[in-house]
Design a protein around this ligand. Structure first.
Ligand code: ADP
Ligand code: ZN
Length: 431
């Protein structure tokens, strides 16, 4: 099933031709903003010299800091009267950045999200409950407009208020949910606590996004709910959700190349890497009137999956996001991504639905402390079993990250649940 078969299955030469045409337009729009005028001048860029897609790499990157500096509207080439909406990033790593949209931008975005949803088999008969926060965050309204465009019945539940969510799911026979993976783990626990069997509910799909999570967490959510979970990727700078999405093969996310040019760079040198190599994702928005953004450094680490997907879509897939370049922890000189720790924890069947990583400095040494919830049945057995589990967890983590963490086993529900983007790492070392 396709939303726009011609464009989703376009052959690569035609796609590249289309990209180049759109790039030229995006560049001239960008060049008319005060921000890019200055940047292009500083880097002696003449956009007329960009004669092929290859030349894109001659242009400077745009960073989150650039968006902060040009706040609020230094990157906007259209007049205020053409703008119909703004959104802002969640501000995970500092001051939020603001994004503007014209009516055409909103329409294009809704179509793109509808395309994503159709790629997972959703159709107008579905009841879609959107458990992402509404408001400035793009996760709420982004999927909302796409699902309406597709013709689903949309329940704009927003995040939190878990008992109400469950009631809505039951009363209106929700079939598709959109939720952060951390909140999904909490939701399913509460459903069970209410004496409801999640497998008996009508929900058959979850769209999981907004934060990094491991394949083991996906499987956990799928098994506990009895559903298919699809990875959904986006960021406000590139509209919001709808940038890349899994199809029914659930093997990497199709990044819609008629809207975005993908580059993967070495985060240290800025050099463009070959398809298949892991690095930082850089995106150029080809389709936005109110805010053209060229070579945006997402800081997200992934790779292009270069081979063709079985679904017939020709747009490249990107791999699950490993984390952000600025998520990386340096513990006793070792580089560790929280996602590596999650992969280990969630591969243990005894481990429940929440965990925290706490870093401390004791006697000038870095100490990693992993607090992990177990399923309640684990606390009915013998203490010895818990001690053995602790040792096995510690050993598996040490084998992967070469750090010997202190493990604390906790009862389910003892760590604070997350309703939106989870905060799981607490670095107390600088304090
Ligand atoms: P902020 O950068 O302030 O968090 P956004 O709300 O726009 O702003 O969030 C976008 C970021 O969320 C992405 O750059 C990425 O780091 C993360 N993200 C979104 N979807 C996913 C996903 N499916 N997997 C991993 N990370 C994701
Ligand atoms: Zn596919």
């Amino acid at each position: 099933m396709f939303w726009d078969k011609d464009i989703e299955t376009i052959d690569r030469p035609s796609l590249e031709k289309l990209q180049f045409e759109k790039l030229q337009k995006a560049l001239s729009a960008a060049a008319s903003t005060s921000f890019y005028q200055k940047v292009f001048e500083e880097h002696s860029v003449n956009i007329n010299n960009i004669k092929t897609l290859e030349h894109l790499k001659d242009l400077p990157f745009t960073t989150k800091q650039d968006l902060r500096v040009s706040y609020p509207d230094g990157m906007v080439p259209v007049s205020r009267s053409q703008i119909v909406r703004m959104h802002a990033s969640s501000g995970t790593t500092g001051k939020s950045t603001v994004i503007f949209y014209t009516q055409k931008d909103i329409d294009d975005w809704a179509n793109l999200v509808a395309r994503c949803m159709v790629a997972t088999g959703t159709n107008r008969d579905d009841v879609f409950q959107n458990m992402m926060g509404y408001g400035l965050f793009t996760g709420g309204l982004g999927l909302h407009y796409g699902a309406e465009r597709l013709g689903c019945m949309v329940i704009p539940a927003s995040s939190g208020n878990t008992l109400k969510q469950i009631q809505l799911m039951q009363d209106f026979e929700t079939t598709v949910i959109h939720i952060t993976p951390s909140y999904a783990l909490h939701l399913v626990e509460v459903i069970n606590e209410q004496g409801i069997d999640p497998h008996q509910m009508l929900v058959s799909k979850a769209y999981l996004g907004a934060e990094p999570y491991s394949e083991a967490t996906r499987l956990k959510i799928e098994n506990q709910f009895g559903i298919d979970a699809y990875n959904s990727y986006g960021m406000s700078e590139m509209n919001g959700p709808g940038v890349a999405f899994e199809c029914t093969y659930k093997n990497g996310m199709h990044l819609w190349e008629d809207f975005y040019i993908i580059e993967i760079i070495d985060p240290d040198t800025g050099e463009v890497l070959a398809p298949g190599e892991e690095g930082e994702l850089v995106l150029t928005h080809l389709n936005r009137e109110a805010m053209p953004i060229i070579r945006y450094r997402t800081r997200d680490l992934t790779r292009i999956i270069p081979d063709q997907c079985e679904c017939g879509r020709t747009h490249y897939r990107i791999d699950r996001i490993k984390g952000r370049t600025d998520d990386m922890l340096i513990v006793s000189g070792v580089n560790v991504f929280p996602s590596q720790i999650e992969t280990v924890l969630m591969s243990f069947p005894e481990v429940g639905n929440n965990y925290q990583i706490v870093l401390e400095r004791e006697d000038n040494l870095d100490r990693m402390h992993v607090k992990v919830e177990l399923y309640s049945k684990m606390f009915h057995g013998e203490i010895k079993e818990l001690e053995q589990l602790k040792a096995r967890l510690r050993e598996s983590l040490r084998a992967l990250i070469t750090i010997n963490p202190r493990i604390e086993l906790m009862e389910p529900g003892s760590l604070p649940p997350s309703m939106g983007k989870a905060k799981r790492v607490f670095d107390n070392r600088s304090i």
